[in-house]
Design a binder for this molecule. Structure first.
Ligand code: GRF
Length: 190
């Protein structure tokens, strides 16, 4: 089986990355991770990648004078690794229009809300504070506007009376792991 070659962009702990690593370990999963790229050298997700024998790269955005220059470097590294598709998994940088156009429909993101509700940072707390009864997560194609783009998979969780913002975020994160694996599979077999 020819597997889709995927680069995963991270900035932190990488539990979504781990879910993708675990799924990709299956012989019948249609994708493989060939690169994990972080803008932070201390992102724990890099350890997860190394443990799984996946190549890693750190590109510190602070070393570049503009967003475009940082994105050009990422593009260069991703291309030379041979990636055909990109998953953003807790990557905390906005991408330039140039990068988004270059990877149009080959670049997906996960966001911890039922988009189009609660875009931006701390989406889980935004949902909790708004008092919604149902929260969740979304995997979507990336467009130039933040947290916009065609939706691939959404999963919801019930907000219970005894939930706190933190317990809700933890429930959403569990669903994220399922949603991301499902979205990547759906993309590959479409
Ligand atoms: C997730 O909640 C994701 O939706 C958001 O950042 C968090 C990353 O978590 N964009 P992890 O690094 O995958 O554990």
């Amino acid at each position: 089986m020819t597997k889709l070659k995927v680069a995963v962009l991270i900035s932190g702990g990488g539990t979504n990355l781990q879910a993708l690593i675990d799924a990709c370990a299956g012989d019948d999963f249609p994708a493989e991770i060939i690169l994990v790229l972080s803008n932070k050298a201390d992102a724990y997700g890099l350890q997860r990648a190394k443990k799984a024998g996946i190549n890693t790269s750190v590109i510190n955005h602070k070393d570049f004078s503009s967003r475009e220059k940082f994105d050009q470097k990422m593009d260069e590294v991703i291309k030379s690794a041979g990636a055909e598709f990109i998953c953003m998994a807790g990557f905390m940088r906005l991408l330039s229009e140039w990068f988004v156009e270059k990877w149009f429909d080959k670049l997906i993101n996960i966001h911890p809300s039922l988009l189009p509700d609660f875009k931006g940072l701390n989406a889980q707390k935004q949902a909790f504070d708004a008092g919604v009864k149902t929260a969740g997560c979304t995997v979507h194609f990336v467009r130039k506007e933040m947290d916009e783009g065609p939706i691939i998979v959404q999963k919801s969780v019930e907000v219970k009376k005894d939930d706190t913002a933190d317990s809700l975020a933890a429930k959403i994160l569990e669903k994220e792991h399922e949603a991301y694996v499902e979205a990547l599979r759906v993309y590959c077999v479409r």
